[in-house]
Design a binder for this molecule. Structure first.
Ligand code: PLP
Length: 442
Protein backbone atom coordinates (compact mmCIF):
# COMPACT_ATOMS: atom_id res chain seq x y z
CA UNK A 1 0.00 0.00 0.00
CA UNK A 2 2.65 2.56 -1.02
CA UNK A 3 0.20 5.26 -1.89
CA UNK A 4 2.78 7.98 -2.54
CA UNK A 5 4.48 6.01 -5.31
CA UNK A 6 1.35 4.70 -7.01
CA UNK A 7 0.00 6.23 -10.21
CA UNK A 8 -3.36 5.73 -11.88
CA UNK A 9 -1.70 3.65 -14.60
CA UNK A 10 -0.08 1.29 -12.05
CA UNK A 11 -3.29 0.58 -10.26
CA UNK A 12 -5.34 0.16 -13.43
CA UNK A 13 -2.86 -2.41 -14.74
CA UNK A 14 -2.82 -4.37 -11.50
CA UNK A 15 -6.60 -4.20 -11.08
CA UNK A 16 -7.29 -5.53 -14.56
CA UNK A 17 -4.84 -8.37 -13.97
CA UNK A 18 -6.37 -9.48 -10.66
CA UNK A 19 -9.88 -8.09 -10.08
CA UNK A 20 -13.06 -9.12 -11.88
CA UNK A 21 -15.14 -5.93 -11.69
CA UNK A 22 -18.93 -6.03 -11.21
CA UNK A 23 -21.55 -4.82 -13.64
CA UNK A 24 -18.86 -4.72 -16.36
CA UNK A 25 -17.78 -6.26 -19.62
CA UNK A 26 -14.09 -6.41 -18.68
CA UNK A 27 -12.97 -5.90 -22.26
CA UNK A 28 -14.62 -2.48 -22.32
CA UNK A 29 -11.96 -1.28 -19.89
CA UNK A 30 -9.55 -1.35 -22.85
CA UNK A 31 -11.39 1.68 -24.26
CA UNK A 32 -12.91 3.21 -21.14
CA UNK A 33 -10.33 2.98 -18.39
CA UNK A 34 -11.02 2.21 -14.76
CA UNK A 35 -10.84 5.13 -12.35
CA UNK A 36 -8.48 4.36 -9.47
CA UNK A 37 -9.47 6.19 -6.30
CA UNK A 38 -6.95 6.90 -3.57
CA UNK A 39 -9.11 8.78 -1.07
CA UNK A 40 -12.43 10.48 -0.50
CA UNK A 41 -13.41 13.65 1.31
CA UNK A 42 -16.95 14.99 1.57
CA UNK A 43 -18.59 14.91 -1.86
CA UNK A 44 -15.26 14.35 -3.64
CA UNK A 45 -13.21 11.35 -4.74
CA UNK A 46 -9.50 11.74 -5.59
CA UNK A 47 -7.36 9.61 -7.89
CA UNK A 48 -3.60 8.97 -7.78
CA UNK A 49 -2.67 11.60 -10.35
CA UNK A 50 -4.16 14.59 -8.56
CA UNK A 51 -7.60 14.65 -10.20
CA UNK A 52 -10.85 14.93 -8.30
CA UNK A 53 -14.40 13.84 -9.11
CA UNK A 54 -17.69 15.03 -7.63
CA UNK A 55 -19.51 11.88 -6.47
CA UNK A 56 -22.91 12.75 -7.97
CA UNK A 57 -24.14 9.16 -7.62
CA UNK A 58 -23.13 8.69 -3.97
CA UNK A 59 -20.91 5.75 -4.96
CA UNK A 60 -23.82 3.64 -6.21
CA UNK A 61 -26.44 5.30 -4.03
CA UNK A 62 -24.92 4.37 -0.68
CA UNK A 63 -23.17 7.48 0.62
CA UNK A 64 -25.24 10.00 2.58
CA UNK A 65 -22.92 12.24 4.57
CA UNK A 66 -19.80 12.33 2.48
CA UNK A 67 -16.62 10.32 2.32
CA UNK A 68 -14.45 10.35 5.42
CA UNK A 69 -17.23 11.68 7.62
CA UNK A 70 -15.63 12.62 10.98
CA UNK A 71 -18.63 11.56 13.08
CA UNK A 72 -19.01 8.14 11.48
CA UNK A 73 -15.23 7.64 11.61
CA UNK A 74 -15.20 8.40 15.33
CA UNK A 75 -18.07 6.00 16.04
CA UNK A 76 -16.31 3.22 14.16
CA UNK A 77 -13.01 3.83 15.96
CA UNK A 78 -14.82 3.60 19.27
CA UNK A 79 -16.62 0.40 18.24
CA UNK A 80 -13.36 -1.16 17.02
CA UNK A 81 -11.97 -0.89 20.54
CA UNK A 82 -15.01 -2.67 21.99
CA UNK A 83 -16.23 -5.40 19.66
CA UNK A 84 -15.63 -5.93 15.95
CA UNK A 85 -17.94 -8.92 15.55
CA UNK A 86 -19.83 -11.67 17.29
CA UNK A 87 -22.31 -14.14 15.81
CA UNK A 88 -25.94 -13.12 16.23
CA UNK A 89 -27.38 -16.64 16.65
CA UNK A 90 -27.44 -17.25 20.38
CA UNK A 91 -25.65 -13.94 21.09
CA UNK A 92 -26.56 -10.29 21.04
CA UNK A 93 -24.77 -6.93 21.38
CA UNK A 94 -25.55 -3.32 22.07
CA UNK A 95 -25.31 -1.80 18.55
CA UNK A 96 -27.77 -4.32 17.05
CA UNK A 97 -30.26 -3.86 19.89
CA UNK A 98 -30.07 -0.08 19.80
CA UNK A 99 -30.34 0.04 16.02
CA UNK A 100 -33.42 -2.22 16.05
CA UNK A 101 -35.07 -0.06 18.72
CA UNK A 102 -34.33 3.16 16.89
CA UNK A 103 -35.48 1.87 13.52
CA UNK A 104 -38.76 0.81 15.11
CA UNK A 105 -39.20 4.40 16.30
CA UNK A 106 -38.60 6.02 12.91
CA UNK A 107 -40.14 3.42 10.57
CA UNK A 108 -43.83 3.46 9.62
CA UNK A 109 -45.81 2.28 12.67
CA UNK A 110 -46.26 -1.42 13.37
CA UNK A 111 -42.91 -2.76 12.17
CA UNK A 112 -41.79 -4.30 15.43
CA UNK A 113 -38.86 -6.57 14.57
CA UNK A 114 -35.66 -6.29 12.54
CA UNK A 115 -34.02 -9.23 10.74
CA UNK A 116 -30.48 -8.61 9.53
CA UNK A 117 -28.62 -9.41 6.31
CA UNK A 118 -25.45 -8.12 4.72
CA UNK A 119 -26.57 -6.59 1.42
CA UNK A 120 -29.66 -5.52 -0.45
CA UNK A 121 -30.18 -8.69 -2.47
CA UNK A 122 -30.12 -10.70 0.77
CA UNK A 123 -32.84 -8.46 2.20
CA UNK A 124 -34.99 -9.29 -0.83
CA UNK A 125 -34.30 -13.02 -0.37
CA UNK A 126 -35.19 -12.78 3.31
CA UNK A 127 -38.48 -10.98 2.65
CA UNK A 128 -39.54 -13.43 -0.09
CA UNK A 129 -38.74 -16.44 2.10
CA UNK A 130 -40.37 -14.91 5.16
CA UNK A 131 -43.52 -14.07 3.25
CA UNK A 132 -43.98 -17.54 1.77
CA UNK A 133 -43.05 -19.20 5.08
CA UNK A 134 -45.59 -17.00 6.89
CA UNK A 135 -48.34 -18.27 4.60
CA UNK A 136 -47.24 -21.88 5.12
CA UNK A 137 -47.23 -21.40 8.89
CA UNK A 138 -50.71 -19.90 8.53
CA UNK A 139 -52.12 -22.94 6.73
CA UNK A 140 -51.88 -21.50 3.21
CA UNK A 141 -48.90 -23.31 1.66
CA UNK A 142 -50.20 -22.58 -1.85
CA UNK A 143 -49.32 -18.92 -1.54
CA UNK A 144 -45.76 -18.88 -2.84
CA UNK A 145 -45.73 -16.76 -5.98
CA UNK A 146 -44.60 -13.15 -6.13
CA UNK A 147 -45.33 -10.17 -8.34
CA UNK A 148 -43.26 -7.09 -9.05
CA UNK A 149 -43.50 -4.01 -11.25
CA UNK A 150 -42.28 -3.85 -14.82
CA UNK A 151 -38.62 -2.77 -14.92
CA UNK A 152 -38.27 -3.54 -11.22
CA UNK A 153 -34.88 -4.11 -9.63
CA UNK A 154 -34.56 -5.97 -6.34
CA UNK A 155 -31.03 -7.42 -6.53
CA UNK A 156 -29.12 -10.02 -8.48
CA UNK A 157 -29.03 -13.25 -6.49
CA UNK A 158 -31.29 -15.89 -8.03
CA UNK A 159 -34.30 -15.29 -5.76
CA UNK A 160 -34.01 -11.52 -6.10
CA UNK A 161 -33.56 -11.88 -9.88
CA UNK A 162 -36.91 -13.69 -10.05
CA UNK A 163 -38.58 -10.39 -9.10
CA UNK A 164 -36.15 -8.23 -11.10
CA UNK A 165 -37.35 -7.22 -14.56
CA UNK A 166 -34.19 -6.23 -16.43
CA UNK A 167 -34.13 -7.68 -19.94
CA UNK A 168 -30.37 -8.27 -19.96
CA UNK A 169 -30.55 -10.37 -16.80
CA UNK A 170 -33.74 -12.17 -17.83
CA UNK A 171 -32.04 -13.25 -21.06
CA UNK A 172 -28.82 -14.37 -19.40
CA UNK A 173 -30.15 -16.08 -16.27
CA UNK A 174 -33.88 -16.62 -16.89
CA UNK A 175 -33.46 -20.38 -17.17
CA UNK A 176 -32.06 -20.55 -13.65
CA UNK A 177 -34.94 -18.85 -11.88
CA UNK A 178 -38.63 -19.33 -11.18
CA UNK A 179 -40.13 -16.56 -13.29
CA UNK A 180 -42.70 -14.36 -11.58
CA UNK A 181 -45.32 -12.11 -13.14
CA UNK A 182 -44.85 -8.37 -13.57
CA UNK A 183 -47.49 -5.64 -13.25
CA UNK A 184 -47.65 -2.38 -15.26
CA UNK A 185 -45.37 0.25 -13.74
CA UNK A 186 -46.98 3.54 -12.66
CA UNK A 187 -43.91 5.40 -14.08
CA UNK A 188 -45.49 8.70 -15.18
CA UNK A 189 -43.39 8.89 -18.34
CA UNK A 190 -45.84 6.34 -19.76
CA UNK A 191 -48.96 8.40 -19.03
CA UNK A 192 -51.16 9.38 -21.96
CA UNK A 193 -50.89 12.94 -23.18
CA UNK A 194 -52.98 15.07 -20.78
CA UNK A 195 -53.22 12.32 -18.14
CA UNK A 196 -51.88 13.33 -14.71
CA UNK A 197 -49.28 11.26 -12.87
CA UNK A 198 -51.93 10.47 -10.28
CA UNK A 199 -54.54 9.37 -12.80
CA UNK A 200 -51.97 7.19 -14.51
CA UNK A 201 -50.90 5.63 -11.19
CA UNK A 202 -54.51 4.77 -10.39
CA UNK A 203 -55.04 3.32 -13.85
CA UNK A 204 -52.01 1.06 -13.30
CA UNK A 205 -53.46 0.04 -9.93
CA UNK A 206 -56.44 -1.35 -11.85
CA UNK A 207 -54.08 -3.75 -13.61
CA UNK A 208 -52.80 -4.77 -10.20
CA UNK A 209 -56.35 -5.37 -9.01
CA UNK A 210 -57.15 -7.57 -12.00
CA UNK A 211 -54.06 -9.66 -11.34
CA UNK A 212 -54.82 -9.97 -7.62
CA UNK A 213 -58.42 -10.99 -8.33
CA UNK A 214 -57.27 -13.84 -10.53
CA UNK A 215 -54.18 -15.05 -8.68
CA UNK A 216 -54.38 -14.10 -5.01
CA UNK A 217 -54.68 -17.72 -3.89
CA UNK A 218 -51.19 -18.42 -5.22
CA UNK A 219 -49.70 -15.06 -4.32
CA UNK A 220 -47.52 -14.52 -1.26
CA UNK A 221 -46.40 -10.95 -1.88
CA UNK A 222 -46.16 -7.93 -4.14
CA UNK A 223 -42.72 -6.28 -4.03
CA UNK A 224 -42.23 -2.65 -5.05
CA UNK A 225 -39.69 0.16 -4.98
CA UNK A 226 -41.83 2.95 -3.48
CA UNK A 227 -41.97 6.23 -5.49
CA UNK A 228 -38.77 5.75 -7.51
CA UNK A 229 -37.72 2.68 -9.51
CA UNK A 230 -33.99 3.30 -9.39
CA UNK A 231 -32.42 0.87 -11.84
CA UNK A 232 -35.31 1.40 -14.27
CA UNK A 233 -33.73 4.81 -14.87
CA UNK A 234 -35.09 6.70 -11.86
CA UNK A 235 -38.69 6.12 -12.96
CA UNK A 236 -40.88 8.17 -10.63
CA UNK A 237 -44.52 7.72 -9.74
CA UNK A 238 -47.34 9.26 -7.72
CA UNK A 239 -47.78 8.19 -4.05
CA UNK A 240 -51.46 7.47 -4.74
CA UNK A 241 -50.22 4.17 -6.14
CA UNK A 242 -48.83 3.19 -2.73
CA UNK A 243 -52.14 3.83 -1.00
CA UNK A 244 -54.06 1.87 -3.61
CA UNK A 245 -51.57 -1.02 -3.63
CA UNK A 246 -51.76 -1.24 0.17
CA UNK A 247 -55.56 -1.34 0.09
CA UNK A 248 -55.63 -3.97 -2.68
CA UNK A 249 -53.04 -6.18 -0.97
CA UNK A 250 -55.11 -6.03 2.22
CA UNK A 251 -58.30 -6.83 0.36
CA UNK A 252 -56.79 -9.87 -1.35
CA UNK A 253 -54.58 -11.13 1.49
CA UNK A 254 -51.22 -10.55 -0.21
CA UNK A 255 -48.15 -9.12 1.53
CA UNK A 256 -46.74 -5.79 0.40
CA UNK A 257 -42.94 -5.66 0.43
CA UNK A 258 -41.48 -2.15 0.25
CA UNK A 259 -37.93 -2.31 -1.11
CA UNK A 260 -36.53 0.95 0.26
CA UNK A 261 -32.93 -0.14 -0.26
CA UNK A 262 -32.35 2.83 -2.58
CA UNK A 263 -35.19 5.20 -1.66
CA UNK A 264 -35.08 4.86 2.14
CA UNK A 265 -32.97 6.92 4.54
CA UNK A 266 -34.34 10.27 3.45
CA UNK A 267 -33.61 9.92 -0.26
CA UNK A 268 -37.13 10.82 -1.41
CA UNK A 269 -37.60 13.66 1.07
CA UNK A 270 -39.12 11.65 3.93
CA UNK A 271 -37.17 9.14 6.00
CA UNK A 272 -38.99 6.36 4.17
CA UNK A 273 -40.78 6.74 0.84
CA UNK A 274 -43.79 4.77 2.16
CA UNK A 275 -44.59 7.68 4.46
CA UNK A 276 -45.64 9.72 1.43
CA UNK A 277 -48.40 7.20 0.75
CA UNK A 278 -49.26 7.05 4.44
CA UNK A 279 -48.79 3.27 4.46
CA UNK A 280 -47.05 0.60 6.50
CA UNK A 281 -45.78 -2.28 4.34
CA UNK A 282 -45.67 -5.85 5.67
CA UNK A 283 -41.93 -5.90 5.04
CA UNK A 284 -39.63 -2.89 4.80
CA UNK A 285 -36.21 -3.46 3.21
CA UNK A 286 -33.35 -1.16 4.21
CA UNK A 287 -29.71 -1.20 3.05
CA UNK A 288 -27.44 1.10 0.97
CA UNK A 289 -27.57 4.42 2.89
CA UNK A 290 -28.21 2.89 6.32
CA UNK A 291 -24.48 2.82 7.20
CA UNK A 292 -23.84 6.16 5.52
CA UNK A 293 -22.14 4.22 2.74
CA UNK A 294 -19.48 2.74 5.01
CA UNK A 295 -20.20 -0.94 5.50
CA UNK A 296 -22.50 -3.59 4.04
CA UNK A 297 -25.66 -4.07 6.09
CA UNK A 298 -29.30 -4.78 5.33
CA UNK A 299 -32.40 -4.99 7.43
CA UNK A 300 -35.84 -6.48 6.91
CA UNK A 301 -38.41 -4.96 9.24
CA UNK A 302 -41.73 -6.72 9.62
CA UNK A 303 -45.08 -6.49 11.37
CA UNK A 304 -45.71 -8.12 14.72
CA UNK A 305 -48.40 -10.45 13.36
CA UNK A 306 -45.90 -11.88 10.87
CA UNK A 307 -43.26 -12.29 13.58
CA UNK A 308 -45.82 -14.07 15.80
CA UNK A 309 -46.65 -16.63 13.10
CA UNK A 310 -43.10 -17.99 13.44
CA UNK A 311 -43.10 -18.06 17.27
CA UNK A 312 -43.59 -21.69 18.28
CA UNK A 313 -41.95 -24.73 19.86
CA UNK A 314 -40.89 -26.37 16.59
CA UNK A 315 -37.63 -25.23 14.96
CA UNK A 316 -39.11 -25.73 11.50
CA UNK A 317 -41.77 -23.12 12.15
CA UNK A 318 -39.01 -20.59 12.91
CA UNK A 319 -37.46 -18.51 10.17
CA UNK A 320 -34.59 -20.45 8.62
CA UNK A 321 -32.02 -18.01 7.33
CA UNK A 322 -28.62 -16.75 8.41
CA UNK A 323 -25.46 -15.04 7.18
CA UNK A 324 -22.06 -15.22 8.89
CA UNK A 325 -21.95 -11.46 9.40
CA UNK A 326 -25.62 -11.02 10.38
CA UNK A 327 -25.94 -7.83 12.44
CA UNK A 328 -22.22 -7.03 12.39
CA UNK A 329 -21.48 -4.60 15.26
CA UNK A 330 -19.29 -2.26 13.20
CA UNK A 331 -21.94 -1.93 10.50
CA UNK A 332 -24.67 -1.39 13.12
CA UNK A 333 -22.53 1.25 14.81
CA UNK A 334 -22.03 3.06 11.50
CA UNK A 335 -25.81 2.96 11.08
CA UNK A 336 -26.33 4.44 14.56
CA UNK A 337 -23.88 7.24 13.77
CA UNK A 338 -25.81 7.85 10.54
CA UNK A 339 -29.12 8.09 12.43
CA UNK A 340 -27.45 10.49 14.90
CA UNK A 341 -26.50 12.80 12.04
CA UNK A 342 -30.09 12.78 10.75
CA UNK A 343 -31.28 13.93 14.18
CA UNK A 344 -28.46 16.38 14.99
CA UNK A 345 -28.44 18.18 11.63
CA UNK A 346 -32.19 18.22 10.89
CA UNK A 347 -31.22 16.55 7.62
CA UNK A 348 -34.66 16.15 6.05
CA UNK A 349 -35.39 19.88 6.29
CA UNK A 350 -31.89 20.86 5.22
CA UNK A 351 -32.25 18.61 2.19
CA UNK A 352 -35.55 20.24 1.28
CA UNK A 353 -33.80 23.61 1.08
CA UNK A 354 -30.91 22.11 -0.90
CA UNK A 355 -33.28 20.50 -3.39
CA UNK A 356 -35.14 23.79 -3.89
CA UNK A 357 -31.82 25.58 -4.44
CA UNK A 358 -30.67 23.00 -6.98
CA UNK A 359 -33.96 23.11 -8.87
CA UNK A 360 -33.50 26.88 -9.17
CA UNK A 361 -29.93 26.91 -10.37
CA UNK A 362 -30.41 23.90 -12.67
CA UNK A 363 -32.99 25.81 -14.72
CA UNK A 364 -30.67 26.30 -17.75
CA UNK A 365 -29.93 22.57 -17.80
CA UNK A 366 -33.59 21.69 -17.46
CA UNK A 367 -34.46 24.02 -20.34
CA UNK A 368 -31.82 22.67 -22.70
CA UNK A 369 -33.65 21.48 -25.86
CA UNK A 370 -32.14 17.98 -25.65
CA UNK A 371 -33.26 17.46 -22.05
CA UNK A 372 -36.56 15.56 -21.65
CA UNK A 373 -38.74 14.43 -18.73
CA UNK A 374 -36.90 16.44 -16.09
CA UNK A 375 -37.95 14.99 -12.73
CA UNK A 376 -37.08 15.31 -9.07
CA UNK A 377 -38.12 13.46 -5.92
CA UNK A 378 -36.31 14.52 -2.74
CA UNK A 379 -32.57 14.19 -3.41
CA UNK A 380 -32.93 12.36 -6.74
CA UNK A 381 -32.96 14.09 -10.12
CA UNK A 382 -33.18 12.51 -13.56
CA UNK A 383 -33.79 13.38 -17.21
CA UNK A 384 -33.46 11.80 -20.62
CA UNK A 385 -31.12 13.24 -23.25
CA UNK A 386 -32.05 13.31 -26.93
CA UNK A 387 -28.70 12.35 -28.40
CA UNK A 388 -27.42 10.91 -31.66
CA UNK A 389 -24.91 8.73 -29.81
CA UNK A 390 -25.86 5.10 -29.23
CA UNK A 391 -23.03 4.89 -26.69
CA UNK A 392 -24.19 8.05 -24.91
CA UNK A 393 -23.78 6.57 -21.41
CA UNK A 394 -20.09 5.77 -21.92
CA UNK A 395 -19.35 9.09 -23.61
CA UNK A 396 -21.15 11.02 -20.90
CA UNK A 397 -19.25 9.13 -18.19
CA UNK A 398 -15.89 9.81 -19.85
CA UNK A 399 -16.60 13.45 -20.61
CA UNK A 400 -18.01 13.91 -17.11
CA UNK A 401 -14.71 12.74 -15.59
CA UNK A 402 -12.86 15.32 -17.68
CA UNK A 403 -15.10 17.93 -16.06
CA UNK A 404 -14.58 16.54 -12.53
CA UNK A 405 -17.98 14.87 -12.45
CA UNK A 406 -18.73 11.24 -11.68
CA UNK A 407 -21.82 10.86 -13.91
CA UNK A 408 -23.03 7.35 -14.55
CA UNK A 409 -26.03 7.50 -16.93
CA UNK A 410 -28.31 4.52 -17.48
CA UNK A 411 -28.80 4.46 -21.25
CA UNK A 412 -29.70 8.04 -22.15
CA UNK A 413 -31.00 8.77 -18.65
CA UNK A 414 -28.74 11.07 -16.66
CA UNK A 415 -29.38 11.18 -12.94
CA UNK A 416 -28.02 12.88 -9.85
CA UNK A 417 -28.19 11.23 -6.45
CA UNK A 418 -25.61 13.27 -4.55
CA UNK A 419 -24.48 12.86 -0.94
CA UNK A 420 -26.60 15.04 1.37
CA UNK A 421 -23.50 17.04 2.34
CA UNK A 422 -23.27 18.55 -1.14
CA UNK A 423 -22.99 22.33 -0.74
CA UNK A 424 -24.13 25.25 -2.90
CA UNK A 425 -20.80 25.66 -4.72
CA UNK A 426 -20.76 21.96 -5.56
CA UNK A 427 -24.37 22.11 -6.76
CA UNK A 428 -23.49 25.08 -9.00
CA UNK A 429 -20.57 23.15 -10.41
CA UNK A 430 -22.74 20.07 -10.96
CA UNK A 431 -25.42 22.00 -12.85
CA UNK A 432 -23.12 24.07 -15.03
CA UNK A 433 -20.66 21.32 -15.94
CA UNK A 434 -23.41 18.81 -16.68
CA UNK A 435 -24.82 21.39 -19.07
CA UNK A 436 -21.40 21.62 -20.74
CA UNK A 437 -21.25 17.83 -21.09
CA UNK A 438 -24.80 17.61 -22.48
CA UNK A 439 -24.07 20.38 -24.98
CA UNK A 440 -21.02 18.51 -26.23
CA UNK A 441 -23.02 15.32 -26.74
CA UNK A 442 -26.11 16.65 -28.50
C1 PLP B 1 -29.22 -1.80 -4.92
C2 PLP B 1 -30.59 -2.34 -4.79
C3 PLP B 1 -30.81 -3.66 -4.40
C4 PLP B 1 -29.72 -4.66 -4.19
O1 PLP B 1 -28.82 -4.28 -3.19
P1 PLP B 1 -27.35 -4.92 -3.23
O2 PLP B 1 -26.73 -4.46 -1.95
O3 PLP B 1 -26.69 -4.32 -4.44
O4 PLP B 1 -27.49 -6.37 -3.32
C5 PLP B 1 -32.13 -4.08 -4.25
N1 PLP B 1 -33.15 -3.25 -4.46
C6 PLP B 1 -32.97 -1.96 -4.83
C7 PLP B 1 -34.16 -1.08 -5.03
C8 PLP B 1 -31.68 -1.48 -5.03
O5 PLP B 1 -31.50 -0.22 -5.46
Amino acid sequence: MQEHTLTNADLIRRSLAAVWHPCSQMKHYETFPLVPISRGQGSWLYDFDGNRYLDTVSSWWVNLFGHGNPRINAALRDQLEKLEHVMLAGFTHEPVVELSERLREIAPPGLGHCFYGSDGASATEIALKMSAHYWRNSGKPGKMQFISLQHSYHGETLGALSVTDVALFRDAYGALIRQQATIASPDWRNAECGETAEAYALRCAEALETHLQQHHEQLAAFIIEPLVQGAAGMAMYHPAYLRRARALCDEYGVHLIADEIAVGMGRTGTMFACEQGGITPDFLLISKGITGGYLPLSIVMTRDAIYQAFYADQTARGFLHSHSYTGNPLACRAALATLDIFAQDDVLNTNRAKAAFFNRIAQPLREHPAVRNWRNTGMIWAFEVATPHADFAQRCFTLGLQHELLLRPMGNTVYFMPPYVINEDEMQLLASRTLTVIEALT
